[in-house]
Design a protein around this ligand. Structure first.
Ligand SMILES: Cc1ncc(COP(=O)(O)O)c(C=O)c1O
Length: 494
């Protein structure tokens, strides 16, 4: 591609006279001196200037030739005539005045650390890419790209047939959903975002600990957050939640009901029902994040808040983790009267849906690939889950405990309070194991002392290797901490 050229405002030396070659030379020299024609900037092609000034080609060429001879201009073959560059690296246009940068909010703590290259990411919620159906997705993308008119298709609410398929899948799980109630999003993270933008609610209650990106998202919308304690080793303490909810009166409760992130806890049916009763008696709405549902073996049927509470429960889910994270297709289900507001918020942030991934996913579902993929995925995850539990039982010191989610991608590994997590994580990192700092998942002082362990991401041998290191470091850290707790008897003797 040829560079765009700077226009020249050449004027005759005397009004009423024709422009001469000399005038072009003077004009270029003045422009270069004043910086209007920067080094590396392209000049109009001879034929353009010739037409613009009503001159002969020879006159313009003569002017350019003189400027080239003086070293002011240079010609580049097939590219044009340029102002000679002082230094190759000099910027094309020198900034004249720099406006101040906008003041920015700090980068949230949870984005500040990522697994260093080469380390084993033990806490990730992603699934091992080897278990994902790349080839089949590629087939569907290729097929979709051949659809006539594909490039101009667009739907604000989301691909209509995909919405039909999503609704049918949810109906098969006991939820009474129509395609008109489904809005597709860029991952369920965007679903949470459009809900947060759309609701006329200032206070949201949510589990503590909670999925840190949701917490951070709600905070970025300046919503007031009310933490509801969650102990994954006991039941859901709804007796504790009730007075908190009664006192704080949130407009909405956000609940991750299956394989809660970060603890792996899944709500039991009676807990879902009690939460629905509290919603009715205390007058708050419910936003259910069911991200883990497709990671549960098909044989087990778990009801959702949306199934038990009906269409008033806003429901969020996504295909990202289970399919290809890069497709980023999620969705929110809301009763039809709320759909226009949610779609408007989606349009404000992304205008519409990326048609290609949605159409490819539609084809993937239509061809039956998703169900066969899930069946294979469940088998693989079940095996990895068992390997993980076996390794934990065999390797971990007695005081260490962990949740047993029975599915999903991760469990919570918890250490006695005397183990200081930060230095522990540093020691793990020095041995190539990256565990996520779960601090941003907690409100106030964490009542748990651990991190997520992913059995979905790491192949079995690697997972075991990582757990061996964790166990080894835990034994030393707990041993050291115990030593520090012993009364100093030598001091007593003297
Ligand atoms: C509980 C929960 N909800 C929502 C999301 C967002 O997922 P995505 O945007 O990839 O669909 C995640 C991602 O890890 C999650 O853990």
């Amino acid at each position: 591609m040829k560079a765009p050229y700077f226009s020249l405002q050449v004027q005759a030396a005397q009004p009423g006279r024709r422009v001469a070659a000399r005038d072009i030379v003077d004009c270029v020299l003045a422009g270069v001196r004043a910086g209007h024609l920067p080094g590396g900037g392209r000049l109009p092609p001879v034929r353009v200037l010739e037409r613009q000034l009503g001159l002969s080609k020879n006159t313009v060429q003569a002017a350019y030739d003189e400027l080239v001879a003086r070293g002011v201009l240079e010609t580049r073959e097939r590219e044009g005539v340029f102002v000679a560059k002082a230094a190759a690296a000099a910027p094309f246009i020198e900034p004249k005045a720099e406006p101040p940068l906008p003041r920015m909010r700090p980068v949230p703590g949870l984005f500040r650390r990522a697994p260093p290259a080469g380390s084993i990411a033990l806490s990730t919620v992603l699934i091992d890419p080897e278990l994902l159906p790349r080839e089949r997705v590629a087939d569907c993308i290729r097929s979709v790209l051949r659809t006539p008119g594909m490039q101009s298709l667009y739907d604000y609410q989301g691909h209509p047939h995909l919405r039909e398929l999503i609704a049918a899948r949810l109906r098969a799980r006991g939820m009474n959903v129509t395609a008109g109630e489904v809005i597709t999003t860029v991952g369920s993270q965007q679903a949470l975002d459009i809900v947060a933008r759309a609701v006329d609610v200032r206070r949201i209650a949510l589990e503590n600990p909670v999925y840190a990106h949701a917490r951070c998202l709600f905070e970025s919308h300046e919503l007031e957050l009310v933490p509801l304690p969650l102990d994954p080793f006991g039941g859901l303490p709804l007796d504790e939640w009730e007075p908190i909810l009664e006192r704080t009166r949130p407009g909405l409760v956000y609940a991750i009901t299956s394989f809660q992130n970060p603890t792996g806890y899944s709500y039991r049916t009676h807990e879902l029902v009690r939460l629905l009763e509290l919603a009715s008696s205390l007058g708050f709405s419910l936003l259910e994040d069911d991200w883990g549902s497709d990671m549960l073996s098909d044989s087990e049927m778990r009801p959702s808040l949306r199934a038990l509470g009906g269409e008033h429960v806003l429901y969020v889910n996504s295909f990202t983790k289970k399919l290809l994270p890069s497709l980023r297709v999620g969705f929110v289900v809301a009763p039809e009267p709320l759909v226009p507001t949610l779609v408007a918020q989606k349009r404000l942030s992304t205008l519409g849906s990326p048609w290609l991934p949605e159409a490819a996913l539609t084809e993937f579902l239509d061809r039956g690939y998703y169900d066969s993929h899930l069946a294979e995925l469940h088998d693989a995850l079940d095996t990895r889950y068992r390997v993980c539990l076996d390794a934990l039982r065999e390797l971990m010191p007695e005081e260490v405990r962990w949740t047993t989610p029975g599915g999903g991608p991760t469990l919570w590994l918890d250490f006695p309070p005397r183990l200081a997590l930060k230095p522990f994580a540093e020691r793990l990192l020095a041995r190539g194991i990256f565990v996520e700092d779960s601090e941003s998942a907690f409100f106030g002082r964490p009542h748990l002392n651990g991190f997520r362990v992913s059995y979905a991401y790491l192949p079995e041998a690697k997972l075991r290797h990582a757990l061996e290191i964790v166990a080894d470091e835990a034994k030393s850290a707990l041993g050291r901490a115990k030593g520090a707790e012993q009364p100093d008897v030598s001091a007593l003797k003297t």
